[in-house]
Ligand binder design. Sequence first.
Ligand code: BEZ
Ligand code: FE
Length: 302
Amino acid sequence: MNSPEVLTTAPSTDSREFSITQEAIDRMQPVDERTGVVISSLIRHLHDFIRDVQLTEKEWMTAIQFLTRAGQICTDKRQEFILLSDVLGVSILVDAINNRLPPQATQQTVLGPYYWEGAPERPMGSDLAEGIIGEPCFYSGVVTSLDGTPIEGACLDVWSGDGEGNYDMQLGSTEMKARGKFVTGADGRYWFRSIKPFYYPVPTDGPVGQLLTAIGRHPNRPGHMHFILSAEGHKTVVTHIFPSDSPYLDSDTVFGVKDGLITEFLRHEPGQAPTGETVTTPFYTCEYNFRLAPVSLGATQA
Ligand code: BEZ
Ligand code: FE
């Protein structure tokens, strides 16, 4: 970012510097009430911000060029504006406002850009890590309602990068890897094999990467396994689980870590895994139970 230019005159309180805000709001004829509320608040806060920092013309142009580059780098596989929202804490703030779940429910966190819709349903116990590098990890647990009743027919849509933090789509794969859906039986239990997730940086080759450098922030996310949990009568939860020994748990660049989502991954020497199979390298186990809130809770607005 550029350093502020020295302003030669003090701001006057009776000039257009101030009257332009109400003028811009009064000019609106919004199509509905909510649009009017949102856009007038946006104008007010944006103008206040500009007055607060006494934005220079050079800084304004830097911002315009930043937004232009963000738009230009977007493709159907890359969304720089969502990344911007993530690193500024906006995505997690929108989540917090819209998903006020009871404390005992599994908490929601960011979806991230690497979700690939349409992962195949796999038999319980399948290995999602076929063809990818990483330390083996056996995941298991139970999906229940808030009162602890197991949920039959709960769907777990699971995905992660490989053991070095790279997602299939980042590696140019046209085939899904480390992804799958599992549907629980009457006992609500799930189990599958994958890898222990590894920390990784968000994409830094665009304007958001430059912004992170300019404000002295690292681009890393702690290791995490992504889940979307859905079940009839229950609120769908987009979430992750994080190994408790991962670096960056206290400084996730997208603010996605919540205490209840951090869990221990136990390390085992080579030998028999919980599935009965023999593993010839050290491996991990992770047991994590998901608790889903009823649809009637959680949503705060229509
Ligand atoms: C992810 O978890 O994959 C992710 C989330 C937000 C920004 C970038 C990556
Ligand atoms: Fe991720």
